[in-house]
Design a protein around this ligand. Structure first.
Ligand code: IVH
Length: 670
């Protein structure tokens, strides 16, 4: 072994003491909770294997570091212990087994969410909040009464029937919504953003000026009853939760009392899945023995009670080196900064790149190449760089600045006033071309297998592709000469390109990269208009009238087709035999050609917009008022108004919903 067990334990102790100080005293952790837990776990395992290495001073025998500084020191009346941790069902069962040494009989458990915030002790004397203290090292905490007094969720007075003295313990935290809002405000004010809701909560609480705390939206959740003088006696933990709630403390609504560790495990698994469905961050589940008499029998080790355990979720945050910040060019020319990271496994996936969104975000996070950064990957969310670990910043690290030229084509990058995004304004930028063509070939669009970004980039570089229409005239003989492109792969690609010609019209709309027009818009457009040419020829207001399109998308569609270069691409796609027809046949779409139908009142099966879109899709007009030219008035079930009166006066046929549907289908009045 390169390092003896004794040396390793010594090193781990040093590291843990150092990180305790950063976390507890300085409120400025350098490593994520998960990484810290790993150090403790390694030390505990080592001490388990070599009991002779355990010392009274070992961090495994203590709780946190000693508080220093800003706030007055207070001694907790009863120590605030921490919890032992588990990460698996097996460890949970082992905990259950250990307890059998101290107690016998049935055990009932309460399962609670482990809110990721700061532990807080609230002491009430004669019904008034007399002291709020952080946990500190468990024995000594910091007096933060003035700041906690500004938090609306913490009662400053208790209602009638309160005991003489009561200590309530719980978590001060910030909801994800409040955290996002705070960070948005920070970005707008040009300030620095917070790394996560826990840091934001800690930073908001540890303020010299309580007015600052008051501005931050902090929440509180009570989870443990401490000392009580002159109050009722309780037998079960769940009763204490109910009582604290009655006294006016927020208590989690997600607590569950169960009879087996199997059910505990089910609760943990359920919350591992659901953890992103709630508006606050949790990093696990706390499992507690419900019976208070059993708790007394179980007692505690020097560090943690034996009657509770924290089931920790896998980490979603890690620290790693930010090697560089680069800029990518999207299909619309948008220049997006992204982080190049020393690869790190976070949230179960290996992360080496992460988006930084835009210039303002980089500035607000103040991340610089060379920084150690916190990377987060929650659920299916794409990885995100939260911020730098400032104490680890090497001296003289320069702030990053947005490049003034496109990294691909060197054209100037432009950021419009009042917009957060920066664009490469050269439509011929090869970077944009590659993105536009690979998007055209992507699964949600024309779905051409074998034409991924790498192949597109190669074909563009070799001059085989300039725009999407070139796909259908690719010189396969030349392609065959490229490395990695044998006759089989080229034949497969040719087949995939041929097959893409019959994709639905909606897919073609998606593939054209028309700004603001997404998948949904493409589908409703294809359904309502039925043919590419109808979209090209229709006036803007007709396109805007299609339900789900609206004026912004319609304007963008019209702008797209007004540009000669786009029209040329469309014509070449037509010449190649690409499908231009939508789901509704053009013959049916033309049944109302030359007819003018007015819709009024409320229909059961049609919204006004859908009804008008259906008329227009069949070549008809759907004006807002009745005239002599009106073919028919479609009147909803509600009583007729001015339009009905006018139609009656002019002898215009009036149709109900069934009559309307008949007209749509056949083009004839019923
Ligand atoms: S019980 C002795 N219950 O998790 C038992 N703790 O080390 C004391 N936490 O920082 C803790 N949610 O602030 C308990 N429902 C919950 C909790 C919870 C979050 C925190 C606690 C402490 C850590 C446990």
């Amino acid at each position: 072994m390169a390092e003896g067990a004794g040396e390793r334990a010594e090193k781990l102790r040093g590291l843990i003491v150092y990180h305790n100080r950063r976390y507890f005293d300085l409120d400025d952790p350098e490593i994520s909770d998960a990484e810290y837990d790993e150090l403790v776990r390694e030390l505990a395992t080592l001490e388990g294997e070599h009991p002779e290495l355990v010392t009274a001073e070992s961090p495994t025998q203590q709780v946190g570091g000693a508080p220093v500084g800003l706030f007055a020191e207070v001694r907790h009346r009863t120590p605030m212990m921490s919890l032992d941790k588990t990460t698996s069902y097996e460890e949970l069962l082992a905990w259950g087994k250990r307890m059998e040494r101290y107690i016998s009989g049935e055990v009932v458990f309460t399962c609670e969410l482990k809110v990721d915030g700061l532990a807080m002790s609230l002491l009430y004397e004669d019904g008034r909040l007399s002291r709020a203290a952080t946990r500190g090292n468990g024995e000594l905490g910091e007096d933060v009464t003035a700041n906690v007094g500004t938090i609306a969720a913490v009662p400053s007075r208790l209602g009638p029937g309160h005991p003489e003295v009561v200590e309530v313990r719980g978590e001060i935290y910030m909801t994800v919504g409040a955290f996002d809002e705070l960070n948005d405000r920070q970005v707008r004010a040009g300030g620095r953003t917070f790394i996560n809701p826990r840091n934001a909560a800690a930073g908001s609480l540890r303020q010299k000026d309580p007015a600052v705390t008051a501005e931050r939206e902090l929440s509180f959740s009570a989870y443990q009853l401490g000392e009580v003088v002159g109050g009722p006696a309780f037998k079960y933990h769940h009763e204490t939760l109910e009582w604290m709630s009655r006294l006016g403390f927020p208590v989690s609504g997600y607590v569950q009392t169960v009879g087996t560790l199997e059910e505990v495990d089910r609760y943990c698994t359920e919350w591992l899945e659901r953890r992103h469905g709630i508006d606050f961050e949790i990093d696990g589940v706390v499992v507690k023995v419900d019976d208070l008499a059993q708790r007394r029998e179980l007692g505690a080790t020097s560090k943690a009670p034996r009657w509770a355990i924290a089931y920790k979720f896998p980490p979603e945050e890690r620290t790693t080196l930010l090697k560089d910040i680069m800029v990518s060019i999207g299909r619309t020319g948008k220049a997006t900064p992204f982080a190049v990271l020393e690869p790190v496994v976070v949230g179960g996936a290996r992360v080496s790149l992460a988006t930084l969104h835009n210039e303002d975000q980089v500035r607000a996070k103040d991340v610089r190449p060379g920084d150690t950064v916190v990377v987060r990957r929650a659920g299916d969310v794409i990885p995100e760089v939260r911020g730098p670990v400032l104490p680890l910043r090497p001296e003289g690290l320069a702030p990053w600045s947005f490049p003034s030229n496109c990294p691909v084509c060197a054209a100037p990058l432009q950021r419009l006033a009042d917009e957060a995004d920066t664009y490469c304004i050269n439509v011929d930028c090869p970077g944009q071309q590659v993105q536009r063509i690979s998007h055209f070939a992507s699964r949600g669009a024309m779905d051409i297998e074998g034409l991924g970004e790498r192949t597109v980039a190669l074909f563009c570089k070799e001059g085989l592709l300039v725009d999407a229409a070139d796909i259908y005239t690719v010189d396969f003989e030349r392609a065959q000469a490229f490395e990695g492109f044998g006759p089989t792969s080229v034949a497969n690609l040719a087949g995939a390109i041929e097959a893409s010609k019959s994709r639905p019209l909606a897919n073609l709309f998606v593939g054209l990269s028309i700004r603001h027009l997404g998948t949904n818009g493409s589908q409703v457009l294809a359904r309502a208009m039925g043919h590419m040419d109808r979209v090209i020829d229709a006036p803007e207001d007709e396109v805007a009238a299609v339900e789900g399109i609206g004026p912004v998308i319609a304007a963008s569609i019209k702008r797209f087709f007004s540009l000669p270069r786009n029209r040329q691409v469309v014509e070449r796609l037509r010449a190649a035999g690409v499908n231009f027809e939508g789901p509704s046949a053009p013959a049916a779409a033309q049944t109302l050609m030359g007819k003018s139908i007015v819709v009024t009142g409320t229909l059961e099966r049609w919204s006004r917009e859908d009804a008008e879109a259906a008329i227009k899709a069949r070549g008809g007009k759907a004006p807002g008022s009745v005239s002599q030219k009106t073919t028919a008035l479609v009147q909803g079930s509600d009583p007729g108004g001015a339009k009905l009166a006018k139609a009656t006066e002019l002898g215009v046929p009036v149709l109900d919903e069934a009559g309307f549907e008949h007209l749509l289908e056949t083009g004839e009045l019923p």
